[in-house]
Design a protein around this ligand. Structure first.
Ligand code: MN
Ligand code: MN
Length: 278
């Protein structure tokens, strides 16, 4: 549905809302807000509640979405190339994902899977993004500790029953991302709940404790339904960030502004290999 919805002229906000509404219609809940990250933005871009931005023919779009049922999470992503000129870059991350999943089984080392991702992407003439990685998940926990890196190195042995998101990123840039465009931050999660004094903060905190636990949420999820004034929302977010009750997720941008593609799936490790849950 998302793949069909992403077209030149379509608003990001409409696509994000559609992904999130469809998730709920299907009887699942959001594991995190829909991310729609364009070109050199690798991840963590989600439209603001009133954002008017539309996709253009110059966009390479990463769609990253997460759903959960009773806390069990699927984290999945793919790339839509509206330019029509980045087939190889898209193929590099897709092929890296395919090769990685084929290698995942009990006893396989995460660093070996990272090496396969790196070699596949480099084989296409691109670089993997070294400071983004796949991650083990547990119910209601998106990042449960161990990683699947996008480069060689790592000695965690995969175990039967582990659930991993695997997410190769390929770039024409240097192969690193950093937090930028912090004025565009839309995604937050609860890290350390404790009593607060400001009424606005209390309203937001109570909602997050009840509805999200540690799972990320967007401003769209709380405005206007939980806090119906933007200044109040900004005040509450600022207050909760300052007290380190919330953390924020600014957009992650490739350091040399290289184009970025991503492919991601969620798999459970079974005795004979990885079974994709997507
Ligand atoms: Mn993801
Ligand atoms: Mn992920």
């Amino acid at each position: 549905m998302a793949e069909d919805a992403i077209k030149t002229g379509t608003k990001l906000l409409d696509v994000a809302n559609e992904i999130e509404q469809e998730t709920e219609n299907a009887g699942a809940a959001l594991a995190f807000p829909a991310n729609l990250s364009i070109n050199d933005v690798a991840a963590h871009y989600s439209p603001a509640p009133d954002e008017e931005t539309a996709f253009t023919e110059n966009d390479l779009v990463k769609v990253d979405f997460g759903v959960h049922v009773n806390g069990c999470i699927i984290d999945q992503a793919f790339t839509v190339d509206l330019t029509g000129e980045n087939n190889k870059l898209v193929e590099a991350s897709e092929k890296a994902l395919e090769n990685a999943v084929a290698t995942m089984k009990p006893g396989a080392l995460n660093g070996e899977i990272g090496r396969i991702i790196q070699e596949t992407i480099e084989g296409y003439g691109f670089k993997p993004i070294e400071n983004l990685s796949g991650h083990r998940m547990e119910p209601f926990l998106l990042h449960a500790g161990e990683n699947i890196p996008n480069t060689a190195g790592g000695d965690y042995e995969l175990k039967e029953g582990d659930v991993f998101a695997v997410e190769p990123f390929a770039t024409t840039g240097a192969g690193r991302v950093e937090e930028r465009m912090t004025n565009k931050t839309q995604i937050y999660s609860l890290v350390n709940p404790k009593p607060v004094r400001l009424p606005q903060s209390r309203a937001l905190l109570n909602w997050a404790v009840e509805e999200r636990q540690s799972l990320p949420f967007s401003k769209r999820a709380v405005y206007p339904s939980v806090i119906n004034s933007k200044p109040s929302l900004e005040l509450a977010l600022h207050d909760l960030l300052r007290q380190k009750i919330l953390r924020d997720y600014p957009p992650l941008v490739e350091i040399n502004n290289g184009l970025v593609s991503q492919a991601e799936t969620t798999a459970i490790i079974e005795s004979n290999g990885a079974k994709q849950l997507t």
